[in-house]
Every structure is written in C-alpha cells, then in structure tokens.
Design a protein around this ligand. Structure first.
Ligand code: MEV
Length: 428
C-alpha cells in the first residue's frame, strides 16, 4: 500500500464531498463517523445536557482540515474548529513551506501538571517548608492513593516543590504537587490529589490551607517545535529578513507580542477545540508562560541561519488530553482524534505545537510581504461567490472578477454569476 501523505495540492478547491472522501480514506473513518462529520447536530442535546448545566442548545463551529503537515516524519491531516476565515488555509500553506525544509520537529516533555496547595497562618514559613519536604513520601502516598489507575499506568504524584511567597497579607507556603497525568489533561486528578493532601499538610505545619487547585502555568508540560524553511520556498532572503524583523518587533514590544501570540493561538486553539480539550487552560498557560520573566514575550523565535534560510522555534505549555472530559464524550472530538491518529496526549501536544508554529509562520510571512488582507479578501470573495450560488469553476471566476474590480459584495457576486451563466460579457 502506498504511504499515506497529507500533501494534497488543491484540497481547498475540491468539492466538499470529495474532501470528506479523502479524509475518510486517510483516517479509515467508518460510514457512521462520516455521517457525524456531515450532521449539523453532531453533538446531540442529551449528551450536551450531561456535559454542562442549564443546556438549551448546542453551538456548532466550522471544522476544517489543514493539509500538508509533516511532523516528526509523519503525515497528519489536522482538524481545526474555528470561526475565522483564512486560518486553515494559512496553516496548510505554512505546512507546505515547512515541508520544503523536511517538515516540523516537535517534542513534548512528559505530562507533568502542578497542583498548588496554599498554606497560610504559619509562624515559621521556612520551617514549615522544611517540615513539608521532610514528609514528602507520605504526602505523595496520600496523593497517589486517590488515583490507583493512573499510578498503575505509570503516572501519579512524583515529586514536591515548596515555595515561600510574600503576599500582601504576609508569607504563604505554597506546595507544588508534581503529577504525571499521562494521557489526561489532568485537572480532575490533580485537584483531587491537592484536596486530599491538604489536611495532612495542615497537621504537620499547624497552618491553615485555603486553595487546592491545579496551576495552568504548566511549565513542566512543554512542547518545543522547530522548523527550517528554505529561503527559496519563501520567495528569497528579503522575505526571511522581513519575518525575522517581525519577530524582533514582537520581542521588543508587548503590544505586538500579544498579536504575534494570538496568531500562534489561532492554530493551537482550533485543534484544541476540535479535540474537545480545554482551550481556556491552554490559553492561560500560553500567556502566563509568555510573561514568566515579568515581561510579555513572543512564544516563538524566528532567525536566519548561515545559509540565509529561516529557522523557527516555539516553546510553550500545551495541556491537552486524549482521555477524560469532552475528548471522549463529544462524538466529533472522537472523530477528530481519529483523523489525527495520535496515540498519546504527548503526541497530540506535539502536533498542536507544530500547528502553532506553522500558523505563526503564515501570519508573519503575509504581514512581512503583501499584508494579510489580500488573503482574507480572496477567501471572503470565494465565500460570497458560493453564497451567491456559484459552483465548480465558477467560484474562482466570480471571486476573481470581484477582486479585480475591487468590489467584494454579495450582490455583486450574484450579478456576476447571472451574467456568466447567461454568457454575457462583464464590462472592464
Ligand atoms: C489574525 O487572526 C492573526 C494575526 O493578527 C497574527 C499576527 O499579527 O501575527 C494575523
């Protein structure tokens, strides 16, 4: 059997049915799974009603497939749930550019999450810190008692860190419970453990515990993605320089860094949402990590190597799971995980990091050259053409005329389409 490839030229031009057929074949989807993709109400009300409170409906988003991704030598079709146009096309384009340099390398650390236990009202905070550390084995034992299944899988509470912080209301002793949550996002496991060890920490310190909760600054659960893009694939060294300068702008200015990182999160969140993961956690982790030195910084770095090629690196926390929560309950999340074909949460995080890096590349390339509106307008024009009833070749034809005339409206799309169908000329 031929190797599966995600390099699919002209995927965006194919009719929707054909795109679904390709994804079905790539991911070995069943007919039922394909039906789920097509169904508007893929998340039925009964399931929705179990997921949250006070349900009155569901809220669908478009689900696109980014093509061309080669990550760690493996081809991926990447499902992206997002309301913003151009993002999926941009990710696919950047993935193609990265492919020209051998694809993206992406490596995640183990799935270590941090549970925080806030101890207050101790007379000797540094003494209390020592007492907590001296009882580390017992604290880890109590924590691990809460989740024998996780422990059996090789996960569980592995270590402790204790910090004394100086708050507005005096010192606090903050215990960090370091938990390997394996294939889960981990909030439930960590919060249960943090709550379970709190009374023991009170007992050995004589203090009072208030908060017992996971930290979304998951700086022990990082992804590092890396790509080298040949200058020729980008259109020359001038483009490489433009991208490096765009990064330098973000590095020197938090106003720009915020938007730079927003571009990364366009890709990251879309996959996080498609796989039923908690995108607020990933967002909180990303931005707190970006500001961890006290100044808000870009999550990626873009440089030029000695050949004049572009080198991109991204380092950020990505706290996602493939078991538990909505990842297993939401029927479409399950289909998306199957399309991705990821076997572990670590692999999912690696794909998401790679998508973030590619998304960032696409934005910076466009911004450093023609600007982003051109691409947006092209897609917008195509959307209007489809809305006006154009099909097949007529979609691009109608869009092209609107762009050429600089008039991109629904009514103009209808007018052009009618004229084309009647074989009437469109005046210059
Ligand atoms: C738009 O959604 C994202 C960009 O603004 C990102 C960036 O400026 O780098 C294009």
């Amino acid at each position: 059997m031929a190797e599966k490839t995600s390099r699919i030229p002209g995927f965006y031009k194919l009719p929707l049915e054909e795109r679904i057929r390709i994804v079905k074949e790539f991911a070995n989807l069943t007919n039922e799974e394909v039906e789920l993709l097509k169904r508007v109400g893929a998340l039925d009300l009964r399931t929705a009603d179990i997921m949250i409170e006070n349900v009155v409906g569901t809220f669908p988003l478009p689900l696109g497939i980014a093509v061309n991704f080669l990550i760690n030598g493996k081809d991926y079709l990447v499902p992206m749930a997002i309301e913003e146009s151009s993002v999926v096309a941009a990710a696919s384009h950047a993935a193609k550019l990265c492919r020209a340099g051998g694809g993206i390398r992406s490596v995640a650390t183990e799935s270590i999450m941090i549970g925080q236990i806030q101890l207050t009202r101790v007379a000797d905070p540094y003494g209390a810190k020592m007492r907590i550390l001296e009882h580390k084995d017992e604290i880890l034992r109590i924590a691990n008692e809460q989740d024998p299944i996780l422990v059996k899988l090789g996960g569980g509470a592995k270590d402790l860190e204790v910090r004394v912080i100086h708050s507005r209301y005096g010192p606090m002793v903050i215990t960090h419970l370091l938990v390997d949550v394996k294939d889960a996002m981990g909030a439930n496991a960590v919060n249960t453990m943090a709550e379970a060890v709190a009374p023991y920490i009170e007992e050995i310190t004589g203090g009072k515990v208030y908060l017992r909760i996971i930290s979304n600054l998951a700086d022990k659960r990082l992804v590092r993605a890396h790509c080298v893009v040949p200058k020729d694939a980008l259109g020359g060294e001038e483009v490489v320089d433009g991208i490096v300068l765009a990064w330098a702008f973000a590095d020197a200015d938090p106003y720009r860094a915020a938007t730079h990182n927003k571009g990364i999160m366009n890709g990251v969140d879309a996959v996080v949402i498609a796989t039923g993961n908690d995108w607020r956690a990933v967002e909180a982790g990303a931005h707190s990590y970006a500001a961890r030195w006290g100044v808000y910084k870009p999550l990626s770095v873009w440089e030029k190597n000695e050949n004049g090629d572009l080198v991109g690196t991204l380092e950020m926390p990505i706290q996602v799971g493939i078991v538990g929560g909505a990842t297993k309950v939401h029927p479409l999340a399950r289909v998306c995980l199957k399309i991705l074909g990821v076997k572990t949460a670590k692999e999912l995080a690696e794909v998401i990091g790679a998508v973030g890096l590619a998304q960032n590349l696409a934005a910076l390339r466009a911004l450093a050259t023609e600007g982003i509106q051109k691409g947006h307008m092209k897609l917008h024009a195509r959307n209007l053409a489809v809305m006006a009833g154009a099909t097949g070749n007529l979609i691009d034809k109608v869009a092209e005329i609107m762009i050429k005339k600089g008039k991109i409206t629904f009514h103009f799309a209808q007018e052009i389409l009618e004229k084309l169908k009647r074989g009437e000329p469109i005046e210059e």
